[in-house]
Write a protein that binds this ligand. Structure first.
Ligand SMILES: Nc1ncnc2c1ncn2[C@@H]1O[C@H](COP(=O)(O)OP(=O)(O)OP(=O)(O)O)[C@@H](O)[C@H]1O
Ligand SMILES: [Mg+2]
Length: 259
């Protein structure tokens, strides 16, 4: 992944990196080296994480069936507590500890207390206890960045009445990237980019993405990822990358624009 040279500006450049759940158990030391490289280049980094496989494991242990709708995990009332436990109590401290061991200063966070972001039901009838972000408190995130810490945010929130909500990590990452005006959004997942009929695409544009969703060459968990990417692109984030943990993969850019 090559970051393009940006216009000089005074604020530090910000990078939002979303780590897919499947990545977390086997992160290579080179991933932490890449983070350090971006920090040394002056980037401020926010990490958002999912927890797919860990959540599935816990649901299976508790004999709760799971399914996805439009690439989003349907979350029943009995599942939501398990998802909360996996993301907030297990995956988040695990990742935060790994970063600290690599000498990267972090703070583990989630959206439940409303201080980082506020959320509400996405569509209870269709998705159950799944949330959408209504407001990001970007000043709170900026204050962590300002103090030299990487906020590590679990994609889990709650309504203002405290009802817990599972939120798709790609959506959390894109909403945060937009709110803090990130230079780039990087979606790290278990595949080296968007593959179409077995071939990795180096650079794609929103029109192609729509065609591939219609032809089902893009399906499942890749759908919220590309939708988040297109939304960010259209709202002014110059670069979105879908990559593996070695930062190899696909760059999403507007047609005709070479960033
Ligand atoms: N065209 C495509 N190219 C590559 N992967 C695709 C494509 N279409 C669908 N996928 C699927 O999308 C998956 C990645 O999304 P997934 O939601 O599983 O992971 P994640 O978002 O990184 O993790 P989590 O959901 O835990 O945060 C890939 O493993 C692959 O099976
Ligand atoms: Mg996913």
């Amino acid at each position: 992944m090559t970051m393009s040279k940006s216009m000089p500006h005074t604020d530090p450049k910000k990078l939002v990196i979303k780590l897919g759940g499947s990545m977390l158990a086997g992160l290579h030391s080179s991933f932490f080296d890449s983070l350090k490289k971006y920090l040394s280049e002056g980037y401020q980094i926010v990490i958002v994480h999912g927890g797919g496989p860990m959540i599935n494991e816990e649901l299976e242990k508790n004999n709760i069936a799971y399914k996805t709708v439009n690439g989003i995990r349907y979350t029943s009332k009995e599942a939501v507590g398990i998802v909360q436990n996996a993301l907030v109590e297990k995956v988040n401290p695990f990742l935060t500890n790994q970063l600290l061991s690599a000498n990267i200063q972090t703070v583990g966070l989630n959206g439940m207390d409303g201080s980082i972001f506020e959320s509400d039901f996405l569509d209870e009838h269709v998705y159950g206890y799944v949330g959408k972000i209504q407001k990001v408190h970007d000043e709170k995130i900026q204050s962590y960045l300002h103090s030299g810490q990487i906020p590590v945010i679990a994609c889990f929130g709650a309504t203002s009445d405290g009802i817990p909500l599972n939120i798709n990590g790609d959506t959390v990452a894109s909403d945060i990237a937009l709110a803090i005006k990130a230079e780039a959004l990087v979606l790290v997942t278990d595949t080296n980019g968007i593959k179409i009929q077995g071939e990795v695409k180096e650079e794609v544009n929103p029109e192609e993405i729509n065609d591939w969703i219609n032809s089902e060459d893009i399906f499942g968990g890749m759908i919220p990822k590309v939708k988040a990417a297109v939304e960010c692109l259209e709202s002014g984030i110059p670069e979105i990358h879908i990559v593996n943990q070695y930062f190899e993969g696909t760059k999403i850019a507007k047609e005709g624009v070479r960033l």
